[in-house]
Write a protein of this length. Structure first.
Length: 277
């Protein structure tokens, strides 16, 4: 499922015609105090959206709803160690534009993104970091199918207080295994910093507000010393008196499928000799 988002945006550049589409640069206010504002390219496809962008002025504010969010390679950079790495940027595509007041007191800043995909790696202790004595951060990557043979990768980060009764960062680090399906609701967050070598770096991630992991369909039964699952038992054995320390947990549909002989689910009609009238 292609990620979608809702954002309060500000027009930062003059619109440009790109074939049959219109593009412009928009800004999204910082999601938190230490984050930086985002600058993203927005592409309008519909005639209505293109007309709205064309008639807008720089600095005008809009609510952009149900826009598609992509995260694609846009260039390369060389690390201090001499390695060449791809750089990536977020872009917005389509959606519905609604004019809103600029002031956050009149219309609050909105930064919401939703995605569904697959976890990219098996997390280790290194992926659970203590930022401060009271704050933990867990990291994971999510691969999202955008189309045929087209995938985007997103870095997600979960922040949690150390003393939270339900510590989401610890849970993400523990259960979000490689190829596990995951649904995420979060915000786009950008930080800017300078490396020890003096290289400026801009990093954009999805800060998680909530996530859900798919249920493992293979966990159909548990086995312990006092509770043994015998899948090969016949229905007769399953319905007989259980043996010592043995209790069948076979689903009834599976049990019926193991019946010897034929199973007829039609109503049982008595013979003529058994009819009571």
């Amino acid at each position: 499922m292609i990620p979608t988002g809702n954002f309060k945006i500000f027009l930062l550049s003059e619109p440009k015609k790109d074939g049959s589409n219109t593009t412009c640069v928009v800004g999204i206010p910082a999601s938190r105090k230490k984050a930086a504002p985002l600058q993203l390219q927005l592409t309008g496809y519909s005639k209505l959206m293109q007309e709205t962008i064309k008639n807008a002025k720089q600095g005008d504010a809009f609510l952009l709803s149900n826009t598609k969010v992509r995260h694609d390679a846009d260039g390369e950079r060389t690390t201090p160690e001499g390695k060449v790495q791809k750089t990536y940027s977020y872009t917005l595509h389509g959606g519905l534009l609604t004019s809103v007041p600029k002031e956050p007191e009149a219309f609050p800043n909105i930064n919401q993104i939703y995605l569904f995909g697959w976890c990219g790696f098996d997390p280790t202790e290194k992926d659970l970091v203590e930022i401060t004595p009271s704050l933990l951060k867990a990291r994971q990557s999510v691969s999202v199918l955008m189309g045929k043979d087209d995938f985007n990768s997103h870095t997600i980060e979960q922040l949690s207080n150390v003393d939270d009764a339900y510590n989401a960062a610890v849970q993400l680090n523990k259960w979000a295994k490689k190829r596990k399906e995951i649904c995420v609701r979060g915000t786009l967050a950008t930080t800017q910093f300078t490396t020890k070598q003096g290289v400026p770096v801009t990093k954009t991630v999805i800060e998680v507000d909530d996530f859900k992991l798919a249920v493992d369909q293979n966990r159909r039964s548990t086995q312990s010393n006092n509770d043994t699952f015998h899948q090969e038992e016949s229905i007769g054995d399953a319905w007989a008196e259980p043996k010592a320390k043995t209790r069948s947990v076979t689903p009834i549909g599976d049990a019926l499928g193991s019946l010897p002989g034929q199973w007829d689910s039609s109503p049982q009609v008595p013979s003529n000799n058994e009819v009571p009238f």
